[in-house]
Design a protein around this ligand. Structure first.
Ligand SMILES: Nc1ncnc2c1ncn2[C@@H]1O[C@H](COP(=O)(O)OP(=O)(O)OP(=O)(O)O)[C@@H](O)[C@H]1O
Length: 276
């Protein structure tokens, strides 16, 4: 494994590995500071450029900062601010479900981040516990814009069929609908459910059953959410037009007495949309 990338970034240690590639802690030897380097191993230069542009178009403390996009031996590396801490997924795996007050704080910070993302015209499309970094200084940061939709650069809706994480996507994503901000609010609901209940609301063990649950079933029973249940249900409303907006979710999080919203049904996805 090379240790110096683009003649400047000295790789120090592996921070994480996902479906698209690996993320390294590195030292920027020119400026003498630490950065995170994401080696985009799948999808090549075009995918890396799309990911870097989508994240770079948002300037907000709740969104990972993109510093550069470099090539080394023809391979793309995204240079990101180095975040401390762990992902929400890691925290849940080791510590179990979080207290209501902490989930409320995370929810409010993620709403701020999503508002900035949507104001920039971007749809993240992959909000889930594994893409939320909780830093040591209390930041809640949205990472991984690998499948984000950014109309300023994308010519049309993504042609990748279903993309996202089945246990967290919205029903309309499963149907291949044009990406809309409302989808990120559904995935926020699924993420907050997981944070307070300790598991995905729709994961049924296998891919097909999980996708059916997203489109047809109610979330798994609430046991620990307490006052957060109404806002999570409002966000998990199947019909995007009736789903909670950022403003409604924020209001329900700060005054958790909103009446519970019944989650309407939506049709199952066509079999052609389902990838193994
Ligand atoms: N800027 C950063 N600072 C510190 N750690 C990071 C940073 N970005 C990502 N990571 C770590 O690297 C891991 C993988 O990052 P990321 O989710 O961007 O990769 P991916 O290949 O797109 O993953 P996935 O397939 O899970 O979506 C994250 O879970 C996180 O632990």
């Amino acid at each position: 494994m090379r240790t110096l990338v683009a003649g400047r970034y000295r790789l120090r240690s592996l921070l994480g590995r996902g479906g698209m590639g690996s993320v390294w802690l590195a030292e920027d030897e020119l400026l003498g500071r630490l950065v995170a380097l994401k080696h985009v191993e799948r999808g090549g230069q075009a995918r890396a450029l799309a990911e870097a542009r989508a994240a770079a178009s948002v300037e907000h403390p709740g969104v990972v900062r993109v510093l550069d996009l470099v090539r080394d031996g023809g391979e793309p590396w995204i240079v990101l601010e180095a975040l401390t801490g762990r992902t929400l997924a890691d925290v849940l795996a080791t510590d179990g479900p979080l207290p209501v007050a902490e989930v409320r704080r995370i929810g409010l910070r993620l709403l701020d981040a999503l508002e900035a993302v949507h104001r920039a015209g971007v749809v993240h499309r992959d909000l889930k516990p594994g893409n939320v970094q909780l830093t040591h200084d209390g930041r809640v940061v949205l990472i991984d814009f690998g499948i984000a939709y950014c109309p300023a650069y994308d010519e049309g809706p993504p042609d990748d069929g279903f993309a996202g994480s089945p246990a967290y996507v919205s029903p309309e994503q499963l149907h291949g609908a044009r990406p809309e901000p409302a989808s990120d609010l559904f995935t926020l609901g699924a993420t907050l459910y997981a944070a307070v209940e300790g598991r995905s609301p729709f994961d049924r063990g296998d891919l097909f059953a999980t996708m059916l649950a997203v489109t047809e079933a109610d979330p798994a029973p609430f046991r620990l959410a307490g006052p957060l249940r109404p806002v999570i249900e409002g966000l998990l409303t199947a019909c995007p037009d009736r789903r909670f907006s950022v403003a409604q979710a924020r209001e329900a999080l700060v005054t958790p007495t909103v009446t519970s919203v019944k989650r309407p049904m939506s049709p199952a996805p066509p079999a052609s949309m389902i990838k193994a």
